[in-house]
Write a protein that binds this ligand. Sequence first.
Ligand SMILES: Nc1ncnc2c1ncn2[C@@H]1O[C@H](COP(=O)(O)OP(=O)(O)OP(=O)(O)O)[C@@H](O)[C@H]1O
Ligand SMILES: [Mg+2]
Length: 413
Amino acid sequence: MPKEDIVVGLDIGTSKIAVIIGNTWQGDPEKIEIIGVGTAPSDGLRKGVVVDIDLTTAAIRQAVEAAELMAGVEIGSAYVGIAGGHISGQTSPGVVAVAGEGHEITQADVDRAIRAAQAVSIPVEREVLHIIPQGYAVDNQDGIKDPIGMSGVRLEVYVHIVTGAVAAAQNLLNSVFKAGLSVENIVLEPIASAESVLTHDEREAGVVLADMGGGTTDVVIYKEDALHHTAVLSTGGDHVTSDIAQVLRITPQEADRLKLHKGSASVDLVDMNDTIQISTVGGARRPRFHQRRDLVEIIQCRMEEVMTLIGNEISRSKLVTPGGVVLTGGTSLLDGLIELSEKRFPFPVRIGYPTPLKGLTDRVHSPIYATGVGLVLYGAMLRHKKPQRTFIKGNNLFEQVLKRMKDWFRDYF
Ligand SMILES: Nc1ncnc2c1ncn2[C@@H]1O[C@H](COP(=O)(O)OP(=O)(O)OP(=O)(O)O)[C@@H](O)[C@H]1O
Ligand SMILES: [Mg+2]
């Protein structure tokens, strides 16, 4: 199959690396087929950020090899996700007078308005990663998605500006380069997840997506089909595991086993008489027995905290979200999570599985693959818009990344 048809999503998570190979059949995003999936445990990240390049590179290589073997193709480049506690978003307005004759709005006016909106103070150690126009107003008439060609004297835009720590992106990209791959683009991970699990109607109505991973919970809020709020919460499934290990005084491995096989986020769903068996280190002592409720209380407590933090973000955004809350990422697989979150939020809650595609779609039918599949969908969409492929190179990394991201977001919205 032609190389141009292959789109690869590379999700570098705190718990696992996932490589998803998609065949786009000559760039047609409607016909995407998943042809290869590879995963590897990830040990080189803390809270979504690369802290050990060599470990990350080795895990990327392992996941790439597995995916290539399954697909029977060799890959050379990927769309890579970026996340971590260093990411933050803010919304800012920009206003300009429409310049041209007849006051017909042109691309140049839109660009000036977006530049005006960027004139917010950004701390020196942070760089602008994404500039996402949310909507325009022409002479106080708001709710306009594409103002080009309209007439007016005053053009106003609201943009969502995502910033991140420069060093974190550099380490992420270096890990990918060292694994022998080129980077076609980098995409904020929760934006990729949103692409694969949210419907257009949800995004139009207003919806909260929480990608509950191992190291972090990434929250994005969409309204009128545009991103309006971004936040990364430094709590994920790994905190649940370490809570269990600490309180029950067991190893993290045993705590993880209990979480996956006996865990729940809702004490109400647990039978009072249920017990769990806990193995001791090395099996030296006899196994202990506990009430399952003890385990579930630990999990519920941490999950209530996460739900409160998500609720705080919804309040902070001041947005109305009748589309409800969609939970995705590995931690969303916790039993009883919908019951717990429906008590916390006054709207419907569902678990976000990636949209079914063609090919090995069963293999990625899990919230764990929401970001990886989303990266393939995003990549396919970008290829469709700009069939000429370009890559981020090793030198002048940041100028290139920033320019490409800005260009890309302008193209997209
Ligand atoms: N069935 C399950 N029940 C409960 N938790 C689960 C289940 N399966 C996976 N998890 C948890 O999900 C987390 C991993 O999720 P995911 O693969 O989405 O994370 P990641 O993308 O690697 O991390 P991050 O996005 O935070 O960088 C781990 O904490 C794991 O224990
Ligand atoms: Mg993740």
